[in-house]
Design a protein. Structure first.
Length: 418
C-alpha cells in the first residue's frame, strides 16, 4: 500500500501505532453469516478489543475501518475536507466483479461527491423530496397497505417481509417517484441484487436501462413526482446524472425502509411494553421507531468516506483512500452516549449527520409509522409464528435485514377498500 509522506494529524497516539488496514490481526468479516446472526455481540467484542476504530473486511479481500465510537463518527462525518466520500482512487484497485462495488463505487450524485458538485446534486434532490405532499402520502400508504393486508388476512398467517414490508415500500416509493410497476419491477430486482452483492456489471446494466425508460416516460408524461421535479430543476442534470440520483433514491428507499418497517414490527411483537403487557400506557409506534433507530438501525454500517491522506484519529492511522465506514448501530450503542432513553431523543446516527445527512427522514418516518399502524390496527392479535431467536438475518456488511418474518393471527375478513 502506498503511503504519502505527510500525514494529517487529527488526534494523538503513541509513536508507531499501526493502521487497522495493515494490521496482522485477522479482520472481522462484516459479510459473514456469523456477524449477521449477532452483530451486537460483535460490536461489544470490537469495542473491548480495538476501541473506536476496528479493522474489518466488507467483502473477501476488501479491507476497511469500521467506526463504532459515537463522538469519533460525528467528527468524521462533519469533516468532509479530510474525509470526502469520493471513492474513485480507492476503486481503481478494486476488482470489477467485487460484489460490494455497486454499493460503494463513484456515481455522479450527492452521496459520492464533495464541494460544488455535492451542493448541486444535494440541492436538486432536496427540492424534489420537499415537493412531496405528506398529507397525500399518508393516504397513499393506506391505499397500498389495505389491499396488501387483504391478500393474507383470511389465511391466518403471513410472511411480513415478502407479503407486506417489501411490496408496500416498493409501491409507495414507485408512487412518489412516478414510476409505473413494469419499470419498477426491474428497478426492484436491481436494487435487491445491489444490497446482496450479486454481479456488479449486471446490476448497473439493469438499473441504467430501467431508469432511462423512466426518464423517457416522465419527459413525455410529466407528473407531480420526484422524477419530474429532478428533470425540470434549474441545475439541468444530464441523463447519467439523473439516473444516478434515482439509483440513490431507490437505494435509500427500498431496502432501508423495508427493514425499518419489519424490524420495528419485530420489536413491537416481541417486547411486552409495546404489547401492553407492562403496566402503564403502552409506547406508540413512533416510540418503537425511535428506539429501533437507536438500537438496531436498518442501515447498520454505511456513510463511507475515504481519507485524502493518512490521518491520525483516536490513536490510529487511517490509510489514504481506504474506506472508513460509520457503524450507525455500533455508534448508537456506544456506552459513552447510550443511556437507554429513546423518547424524543434524536441524537442517533441512523439518518447520518453533517453534509450527507438523509434529506428524506420525515418521509421515511411517515411511511413506516403508517404502514405499521395499518397492519396492527387490522390484525391486533398478530404474533410471531416462531421464537425470535429462530429468525434468520440476511448476511451483508451494510444492512440489518431479516430473511423472513412469519406471523400468525386469527383469520379476519377483508378490509374495506376505499
Amino acid at each position: 500500500m502506498t503511503t504519502p509522506q505527510h500525514p494529517t494529524q487529527a488526534g494523538t497516539c503513541p509513536v508507531g501505532h499501526g493502521s487497522p488496514i495493515d494490521t496482522d490481526v485477522p479482520r472481522i468479516a462484516l459479510y459473514s453469516e456469523e456477524f449477521a446472526a449477532d452483530p451486537h455481540h460483535a460490536y461489544r467484542e470490537m469495542r473491548r478489543r480495538y476501541g473506536s476504530l476496528v479493522p474489518v473486511d466488507l467483502s473477501p479481500g476488501i479491507p476497511a475501518t469500521l467506526v463504532i465510537g459515537y463522538h469519533t463518527a460525528v467528527r468524521i462525518l462533519n469533516d468532509p475536507d479530510h474525509f470526502p466520500s469520493d471513492p474513485r482512487t480507492w476503486q481503481q484497485s478494486v476488482p470489477g466483479d467485487c460484489p460490494i462495488l455497486p454499493m460503494l463505487e463513484w456515481r455522479p450524485n450527492a452521496l459520492r461527491s464533495a464541494g460544488l458538485e455535492h451542493a448541486r446534486y444535494r440541492q436538486a434532490n432536496t427540492v424534489a423530496i420537499d415537493g412531496i405532499d405528506l398529507f397525500t402520502l399518508h393516504s397513499a400508504v393506506e391505499q397500498v397497505a389495505v389491499p396488501l393486508i387483504n391478500t393474507f388476512c383470511e389465511d391466518g398467517a403471513a410472511d411480513l417481509i415478502s407479503q407486506y414490508a417489501f411490496p408496500l415500500t416498493f409501491a409507495v416509493l414507485n408512487s412518489i417517484l412516478g414510476c409505473p410497476p413494469d419499470i419498477g419491477q426491474q428497478v426492484a430486482y436491481g436494487m435487491a441484487a445491489m444490497f446482496e452483492g450479486v454481479d456488479a456489471d449486471k446490476i448497473n446494466t439493469i438499473l441504467s436501462g430501467a431508469l432511462f425508460d423512466l426518464l423517457t416516460l416522465k419527459r413525455a408524461e410529466p407528473g407531480d413526482d420526484i422524477t419530474t421535479r429532478l428533470l425540470v430543476h434549474p441545475t439541468k442534470l444530464g441523463d447519467a446524472e439523473l439516473i444516478n440520483q434515482l439509483v440513490t433514491l431507490y437505494g435509500a428507499g427500498i431496502e432501508p425502509l423495508q427493514n425499518l418497517i419489519a424490524n420495528a414490527l419485530l420489536l413491537m411483537l416481541t417486547d411486552d411494553r409495546f404489547a401492553g403487557k407492562v403496566p402503564g400506557s403502552a409506547p406508540s409506534t413512533r416510540d418503537a421507531l425511535n428506539e429501533l433507530l437507536f438500537t438496531d438501525p436498518p442501515l447498520a454500517n454505511f456513510s463511507v468516506t475515504y481519507p485524502r491522506q493518512p490521518t491520525l484519529v483516536d490513536g490510529v492511522w487511517l490509510p489514504a483512500h481506504q474506506p472508513v465506514v460509520i457503524s450507525m448501530s455500533g455508534c448508537n450503542n456506544d456506552p459513552a452516549i447510550h443511556d437507554g432513553e429513546y423518547t424524543d431523543n434524536h441524537s442517533h446516527l441512523a439518518w447520518g449527520t453533517g453534509p450527507h445527512a438523509c434529506p428524506a427522514k420525515s418521509v421515511a418516518y411517515l411511511v413506516a409509522q403508517n404502514a405499521i399502524d395499518q397492519l396492527l390496527d387490522a390484525l391486533p392479535e398478530m404474533r410471531l409464528a416462531c421464537r425470535a431467536d429462530q429468525l434468520s438475518w440476511r448476511p451483508g456488511p451494510f444492512h440489518r435485514a431479516l430473511a423472513a418474518m412469519p406471523v400468525v393471527f386469527p383469520k379476519s375478513p377483508p378490509l374495506n377498500v376505499f
